[in-house]
Write a protein that binds this ligand. Sequence first.
Ligand code: AVI
Length: 314
Amino acid sequence: MATIETDAGVDPAFRKAVLDGLRMDRRAIGARWLYDLKGSELFEDITDLPEYYPTRTERGLLDAYSGEAGAAIGAGRAVIEFGSGSSAKTPLLLKQIDPAAYVPIDISGEFLRDSAESLSDEFPELPVFPVEADFSHKVPLPEAVADMPKLGFFPGSTIGNMVPPIAVDFLRTMKETLGIGAMLLIGMDRVKGEEILVPAYDDAAGVTAAFNLNLLTRINRELGGTIPEDAFRHRAVWNDPLARVEMHIEALRDVEFTVEGERFAMAKGETIHTENSHKYGPRDARILLRAGGWTMIREWSDRKDQFALILAEA
Ligand code: AVI
């Protein structure tokens, strides 16, 4: 997930998200805005942190079970990866399923070109059709894969960053994009103890804090903000009723600032909510998939049941 900055001026959607978000009683700015160039780099660093188990656990599952998954999926499908980013996990899967084509979909053309090139080096026989698009809407797939059965691939537990009604809509949109007879291989993070979840989003080295607080730097730079960044800190909290880790930016003192000339005041302790990361128990995951039009057929999880890779059919 990355938004690449350009010099072409302010992104009107970013301006709207920030101003609307700061005007709310419970201030909130959507997580997608954490991913400017710096934010995307910091997220890559997060995936290597000792406390951040999801990436390494999912990679371990793909290492261990891609063979089994491949047998269940069968050969000859077009693999459609949603939000392919750097496609780091894709080769593990492609090696096992003898795909007919690979279609990475990402909003960032730069990421797409790089990953399509390295995939083509590794799988010279595999037809690769990159699609630069916002995959939250139905994406028209290339003509060349129209008649192939599809496998959607959505690793990384990115589904967890959507509130459940949006996650359900998104699952339905993926089903529409993939068409009749589709399968889906999706990563979901499990519910677990706070003592594991909170450090995963508030690591000792402060990388997640830098990732979150970088949003203030971005607002100041792109929207001419005057936010005193040292007056804020990163907070990660487990919201048990909603089964999610929340990231917030908390004011350490009463502060006043402007964004695009508009004045805002925040009291000490007030926060800006910047991200949700929902966690799903085994049955929660199945129900979410069902609501989105998919039925789970296989599931693989690690020894500690921290993370699951789920295969579903439409
Ligand atoms: C991208 N997404 C799945 C990450 C997560 O775990 O929710 C984003 C993240 N935010 C803080 N650390 C990681």
